[in-house]
Write a protein that binds this ligand. Structure first.
Ligand code: ATP
Ligand code: MG
Length: 426
């Protein structure tokens, strides 16, 4: 049966709201429905595509060309799509990794972990945690900015190219993680926690003198974040290695103490640049230190930050030959525009290129690379409902998976109490 243009318009209107796909997500309740939208140039046809190129179930055909269009019923396509996705997900290995909502994501995140996430997002089922509780370790006074930072991090994720179909979630909204943290806390000694080099470094960098129990113990909470999803691979920067080692120790202890192979060992995947130094030339580029270049920065702000960055400390005058191997700007060149490094090196060593010009050029290269991210990010910034909906969908999925793990954990620990009416405390 052919549908009239009016019918098609009505049907699609319940799917799309303000040119956003929020309503489709809500209507289907499917995590897979959070598609990337691509509106075709034509004013007459507006087509929704999935980011991976598969067609979505909905097309808007404007009245003038609607006469021959026969769409399939949306629900059946969505159900089939959901079933297919679930099956694929069951076969895929899992990634768990994430970031603290302490500010805007930066190019250090990109080379340290985001690039790997983007590369592997089709191969693995990905869980991306926004670790809001971890903010309280060393930023207790900043709790009021957590919510807005969660939103910024989400826009950064989607802007940099992580697809909405992945599972994005906020740590505090998955209470199973807190429960698992509690169980794991009995498996780790205080002395072991005190030995963690990253915790020690962070306490020093952020001048935390009176360390809380939550700060000292956050590697246990991070282990719970990873193991609740039985993640196989953890793409992170080098500073996270001690936490993954701690997680692996917890796996071994848990399985041994409770006599069941509930967990398997997760593996770290370190980025192509394990630690990107910040623009201060001293510390790791970090959200909490004002030494970063963020995806959200304007081209002018990026230029300002790069021009002010510490570069060649040994080069006092423009006429002096430079030292590319000891220069932080050159390091950025080699990471973000490696093809240019032979020329940059030659001109620097022969003093035909000054540091200021070199940094101005570097800034425009970075701006070129970030143009697409900036544009995609902006699309999400202007659609808060869509962004929150992607997160809400992710939280539901994360809770389901974590709850399954918790059932196994309680059974292994003999605290499932099958004779009590409220099983597993739920
Ligand atoms: P904060 O200052 O709040 O600690 P951060 O910039 O260190 O923020 P995190 O949220 O702690 O960011 O780290 C998230 C992920 O990004 C981790 O896997 C971490 O290893 C990686 N990462 C962060 N900064 C860098 C960097 N400069 N180089 C490489 N990887 C990084
Ligand atoms: Mg950090």
């Amino acid at each position: 049966m052919q549908r009239s243009s009016e019918e098609i318009k009505t049907r699609c209107a319940c799917v799309i709201e303000n040119k956003s796909i929020v309503a489709l997500v809500g209507a289907s309740g499917s995590p897979s429905a959070a598609h990337e939208m691509v509106f075709a140039e034509s004013k007459e046809i507006q087509r929704i595509k999935r980011a991976d190129g598969l067609r979505c179930c909905a097309e808007i055909i404007l009245p003038s060309i609607a006469s021959s269009f026969q769409p399939k019923p949306a629900t059946s396509v969505m159900t089939r799509h959901r079933q297919k996705r679930r099956k694929v997900m069951q076969q895929k290995k899992r990634i768990l990794t994430g970031d603290r909502p302490t500010g805007q994501l930066h190019i250090g995140h990109y080379v340290g972990t985001l690039k790997n996430r983007i590369r592997l997002q089709d191969e693995y089922e990905c869980f991306f945690i926004i670790a809001d509780l971890q903010v309280l370790t060393d930023h207790l006074d900043d709790h009021a900015s957590i919510e807005s930072n969660v939103y910024k991090v989400m826009c950064d994720y989607l802007g940099v190219g992580l697809r909405p179909e992945n599972t994005f979630f906020v740590q505090s909204q998955v209470p199973e993680l807190a429960e698992l943290t509690m169980y794991f806390s009995f498996l780790v000694t205080l002395a072991r926690l005190h030995r963690n080099p990253t915790v020690k470094d962070e306490a020093k960098t952020y001048e935390v003198t009176n360390m809380s129990y939550g700060f000292l113990g956050y590697p246990i909470s991070q282990a719970a974040d990873i193991l609740a999803f039985k993640a196989d691979l953890i793409p992170v920067g080098q500073d996270q290695l001690p936490h993954i080692e701690q997680t692996r120790e917890i796996v071994r202890s848990f399985n041994r103490v409770f006599g069941r192979e509930v967990f398997t060992l997760p593996h770290p995947l370190i980025g192509e640049v394990p630690i990107l130094v910040g623009t201060d030339g001293n510390n790791k580029m970090s959200k909490s230190l004002d030494n970063f270049v963020a995806f959200a920065h304007s081209p002018q702000e990026i230029e300002r930050r790069i021009l002010n960055m510490v570069s060649d400390r040994k080069r006092a005058y423009r006429k002096d030959p430079g030292h590319p191997d000891e220069c932080f700007a050159f390091k950025y060149w080699s990471i973000f525009s490696p093809n240019d490094t032979p020329v940059v090196r030659q001109e620097c060593e022969s003093a035909t290129r000054g540091c200021r010009d070199c940094k101005a050029q570097l800034a425009s290269k970075l701006n070129e690379h970030l143009a697409e991210v900036r544009e995609r990010r902006q699309r999400y910034v202007s659609q808060p409902d869509l962004v929150w909906d992607i997160l809400a969908t992710g939280i539901r999925r994360a809770r389901t998976v974590a709850a399954e793990t918790l059932v196994e954990v309680r059974e292994a620990m003999k605290i499932a109490f099958p004779k009590l009416p409220i099983k597993g405390g739920k």
